[in-house]
Design a protein around this ligand. Structure first.
Ligand SMILES: [Zn+2]
Ligand SMILES: [Zn+2]
Length: 254
């Protein structure tokens, strides 16, 4: 049996710099002008707790049906959010296909697609997150699976996910859900990127990740050729460990 470590995008977390402003600036609808860029983790508490925002909308856009995450993946993702985030007003996921584009995407193209296509913004007591499912690779590194690139923005590189999945539908679902949920947890400020760790579990050598191999926030995903790994479908998606959950709880989450 061979074991392959599939690394998440370590670099991606710092794709963009951004001025540190009060997240309240973000709520005024001027986001589209990009004058209010914030770093990943800057809205962690707002996402986790209900103190400021009671509900959450995740706008998930995809460039091609072929790369659209399966409905079971979306349900798994939503259930993970519901179990960890304190959003009494509910969590809504809105999916939409947008114009197909090129095969690989650099930072400026990703920004520009978001600028053109994003329609859900933070307003009132509703916070919004944008998820962009690309039908290609990250231009700089085709091994990158996904990126949390702004305080409320995630991109998933569908071609890379498909490559890793090797035509195995069950494996693709596991990868889709794992990458989506892992990147979302970066927006929640894990590990030590906006949310204060309650114990020593930051894998400092690998950026803002968890030291526990079995945790969703481990820096890599253990991919084996052992057929049983994916036989249970989405039950194989790594979960947050107790150390990461304790961090979220301390920040007002569940
Ligand atoms: Zn990561
Ligand atoms: Zn962890």
């Amino acid at each position: 049996m061979t074991i392959r470590l599939v690394a998440f995008a370590l670099l991606a977390i710092t794709f963009f710099g951004g001025c540190q402003k009060d997240p309240a600036d973000f709520a005024n609808g001027n986001f589209i002008s990009y004058r209010h860029d914030l770093d990943v983790g800057a809205s962690a508490r707002d996402l986790i707790s209900s103190s400021k925002y009671k509900s959450l909308t995740v706008e998930l856009q995809y460039l091609s049906e072929d790369f659209r995450p399966d409905a079971t993946v979306i349900a798994h993702f939503k259930s993970m959010l519901q179990s960890r985030l304190n959003k009494p007003g509910g969590i809504t996921i809105i999916e939409k296909q947008i114009q197909p584009s090129q095969i690989s995407f650099g930072v400026s193209q990703i920004r520009s697609i978001e600028q053109t296509s994003r329609t859900e913004f933070t307003e009132g007591n509703k916070l919004s997150v944008y998820v962009l499912y690309l039908n290609g690779y990250y231009a700089v590194d085709s091994f990158v699976l996904g990126a949390a690139y702004r305080n409320t923005s995630i991109a998933i590189f569908g071609k890379s996910v498909n490559d890793y999945s090797e035509g195995n539908a069950s494996k693709k679902k596991v990868f889709d859900a794992t990458v989506l949920e892992h990147e979302f947890c970066h927006l929640l400020g894990l590990v030590d990127e906006g949310t204060t760790p309650q114990s020593a579990h930051k894998d400092a050598a690998n950026g803002n990740h968890c030291t526990n191999h079995n945790c969703l926030m481990y820096f890599a995903f253990m991919d084996t050729d052992h057929s049983s790994q994916y036989a249970n479908g989405l039950a194989s998606v790594p979960k947050l460990d107790s150390a990461c959950i304790a961090d979220l709880r301390a920040a007002g989450g569940k």
